[in-house]
Design a protein around this ligand. Structure first.
Ligand SMILES: C[C@@H](C(=O)O)C(=O)SCCNC(=O)CCNC(=O)[C@H](O)C(C)(C)COP(=O)(O)OP(=O)(O)OC[C@H]1O[C@@H](n2cnc3c(N)ncnc32)[C@H](O)[C@@H]1OP(=O)(O)O
Length: 147
């Protein structure tokens, strides 16, 4: 795969905190952002709200994903025990997650899941371990139809 075919844009940046309704109130009422989507992802143990600076997404617009853990054994709950609320990960959009995953593995990148899992809006997701992301947890995401 050519380097130019790997990544499309920064899809979203994820904030983790204990109270999503409080976080979304701040983004919408103080900062003037728009809530575009919300859902609970049982597998990941997160309640997430997608917000953007515009009411309609343009092609490569980056969203902020507000995340509240839904159970104590969720990875984000464990993260909150060790860190203050704040930026948790960055997600890079891809067109073909299987092809990109294969190329990244060939290049020695450590992906957390053998196969993609389901993310926001039916997207397909995987994560690069922070050790493979220069200290940053990076999600790769192939958008679904409800994104
Ligand atoms: C639904 C969705 C969507 O977008 O559609 C989502 O986003 S779900 C979002 C929530 N889901 C996820 O995050 C799933 C992927 N994440 C994970 O599986 C986990 O968080 C791991 C990345 C494997 C870390 O778990 P682990 O149990 O190993 O934690 P740990 O505290 O022992 O951390 C191991 C090392 O990774 C570092 N580390 C942990 N979390 C980090 C983070 N968010 N950013 C940067 N570094 C991080 C720790 O500092 C530590 O470094 P040192 O070893 O140097 O001390």
């Amino acid at each position: 795969m050519e380097n130019s075919d790997l990544f499309v844009c920064i899809d979203h940046v994820a904030y983790v905190g204990p109270d999503n309704e409080d976080a979304v109130k701040y983004y919408t009422e103080v900062l003037g952002w728009h809530e575009l989507h919300r859902e609970v992802n049982e597998e990941q143990g997160v309640f997430e709200i997608m917000v953007a600076p515009a009411a309609e997404l343009t092609e490569h617009m980056t969203q902020v994903q507000l995340i509240q853990p839904t159970r104590p054994d969720a990875t984000t709950a464990k993260w909150l025990e060790k860190n203050r609320p704040g930026l948790h990960h960055m997600a890079w959009r891809v067109a073909d997650i299987d092809a990109v995953s294969a190329t990244l593995r060939e290049r020695g990148v450590r992906l957390l899941y053998d196969e993609p899992r389901i993310g926001t809006g039916g997207s397909k997701i995987n994560f690069m371990h922070p050790k493979s992301g220069k200290g940053v947890l990076i999600e790769i995401v192939q958008p679904g139809t409800g994104h």
